[in-house]
Ligand binder design. Sequence first.
Ligand code: ATP
Ligand code: MG
Length: 286
Amino acid sequence: MSMTQVAAAGTQKTPSPLLEVRDLSRTFGQGGHAIHAVDKVNFAIEPGEIVAVVGESGSGKTTLGRLLLRLLDSTGGEILYHGQNVTRLHAGGGLKRYWRGVQAVFQDPFAAFNQFYSIRRVLTKSLNVLEKHLPEKEKLERISAALREVGLDPSEVLEKWPHQLSGGQIQRVMIARALVVNPELLVADEPTSMLDASLRVTVLNLMTDLRKQHNMGIVFITHDLGQAYYISDRVLVMYHGQIVEQGPVEQVLLNPQHEYTKRLMADVPLLHGRESILQKATDWQE
Ligand SMILES: Nc1ncnc2c1ncn2[C@@H]1O[C@H](COP(=O)(O)OP(=O)(O)OP(=O)(O)O)[C@@H](O)[C@H]1O
Ligand SMILES: [Mg+2]
């Protein structure tokens, strides 16, 4: 290789992932009582990728999600967004810009929304955090577009209060609330766990549509391996705050290597072996 070739190879940059975490950690408490809720985890998410985070209760999934959303400070490691270190951004600084790219979908929309605010006000408020300067007319357009995107008719829901909507509708509003700022990544923590089975598949399909339409990446946190199988490209398996196994969904769930993942699969009655997972995935499609 000539010197110029070496130099060219040296400057040739592989594009940074959408999000990358290195040794990311969060400890609660101190000394002997410290809980290592998230313990040196490493992974990357590419644009448009759906990554499921699975693991039993208390394994650290929600803590990881809140760290990724920068709603909780880490105690170690770093988070890179398009190669830029966002680990220490604070509310007055670039954190808002980060939230333009990375948005949350929570488990319980009724708890997340002010019950005395109309849907219009809930969504306007969310938009105002990042886009206060926009003219009111444009705000309404953005909000209406987001509602239509999640399959709701703006004229039907805008002036309603949260309690006037069904569980499925309000979860869609929650997703619309994230969409108003056109994020690149959604971090969804058990977004379907309050919904019954028939609505669950609608929300899962809505999320895959968002990926298709906008190349949106999604971190999908769930304790349900069937849903992880249905929706994700890649799976991270958490156990006591650590990622014990990660890889393509087929590989991790259908051919688990780690003892914990094997046990997790065995513990789920519907998921004994490949056929039943596939069965469950098809059940949802119907
Ligand atoms: N604010 C906190 N203070 C102290 N400990 C916490 C806090 N938040 C979480 N933990 C602890 O961190 C660990 C991981 O909790 P986390 O909520 O992240 O788990 P999870 O995988 O989301 O569980 P679940 O499936 O029940 O939602 C648990 O031991 C939990 O008790
Ligand atoms: Mg949780």
